[in-house]
Design a protein around this ligand. Sequence first.
Ligand code: 13P
Length: 342
Amino acid sequence: MPLVSLRQVLDEASKGGYGVGAFNVNNMEQIQSIMEAARETKSPVIVQASRGARAYSQDRFLYHFMLAATEIYPEIPTVLHLDHGNSVATCKSAIDMGFTSVMMDGSLLEDGKTPSSFEYNVQVTREVVELAHAKGVTVEGEIGCLGGIEDGHGAGGDGLSHLTDPQQAVEFVKQTGLDALAIAIGTSHGAYKFSSKPTGETLKMARLIEIHKRLPNVHLVMHGSSSVPKDLQDIINQYGGRLRPTWGVPVEEIQLGIKNGVRKINVDTDNRLAITGAIRKVFVEKPEEFDPRSYMKPAREAMKKVVALRMTQFGQAGHAGDYSPIPLAVMAHHYADHAVTV
Ligand code: 13P
C-alpha cells in the first residue's frame, strides 16, 4: 500500500486503544530494521526523520528508501513523518517531497533552541495546518518544551522548566486545528534522561492524565520515550564504550500514557544504543573483519529486536491488517469539510 497519513494511523490506534511507536531513521539499515519488525509483529508503523536525518541522507535517498519499503512490505501501513520541523519552510519542503505527516515544533523558535511565545507557536502551527491539510497531510504540534537536544534541536535541560499547561493545551488545539499534540511532561531527548529510575511523579503522569481529560479526542504524543535499557548500556560498556549510568522512561509509564490518550511514542535513543552495542561487539570479537556487512547485519538485527519488542509493548502488534489506506486526496477533502475557523 502507499504511504498513509499519520492521522489515519492514530485514529485507528485510538479506536483500538493502542499506541504506535515512531522510530527515527537516518539510513537504509534502520528502515529495514523497522520494516522487518513490523512484518514480524504485523504492526502499522511510523518512520520519522529529523532535519538532521534529512540532511544526512540528502533527503532523496531517504524518500526513495521509504518508497522501497512500501514496495517490499505492501501489507504494512507506513507513515513517513517529519520529526521536529523548525519552520513553516521546513515543513513545506517535507510535504512537497512526499512526507505524509509533519511536526511543526513551534514551541521553539526557528533556531530550534529558544523557547517561543504561545502566540508565535499558534501562528506557525496554524500556517502549517493550512498548507498540510490542503494536501491531506497530518500535523503534529507541540506545547511546552521537552528537555535535551536531538540532532541540534531542543531546549536542553531536564525537561522540567517548560511543562505543558493543560489550559494552554486546550487553547492551542482550538486555535490551530492540529491532528496530534506533543506534550512536555518531564521527558527529554537522548540517553541521559534521569539519574535514577523515574516514578510516575518524576514523569508528571498526573499532568498527562489531566490534559487527556480536557482533550479526550486529541491524539497525544510522547517524545523522549526511550527506556534506555540497562542491558543495551551494558553491551556498549562491555565492548569498550563509556556510557555513564542512566535511566530512561519505564515502559509501564508509557503504557499508562497509552491508557490516557497517548497514541504516538517517539523512540530513537534505544535503537542507537542497540546498533552501537552490536557494532562494538563485532569490532572487539572479530578485529580481523572489515566487511561492513559483518557488523551492519548484527546491528540491523539488534535494532529490529528492540523495535519488535516496543511494538508488542505499545499494543500496535497484530493491527497491520486493520487498515485500508485512505488516499491523501480523500483526507484533504475530509479536512476541507471539517475546517476549523478561528
Ligand atoms: P529518545 O531520545 O528518548 O529516543 O526520544 C526520541 C524523540 O523524542 C524523537 O523526537
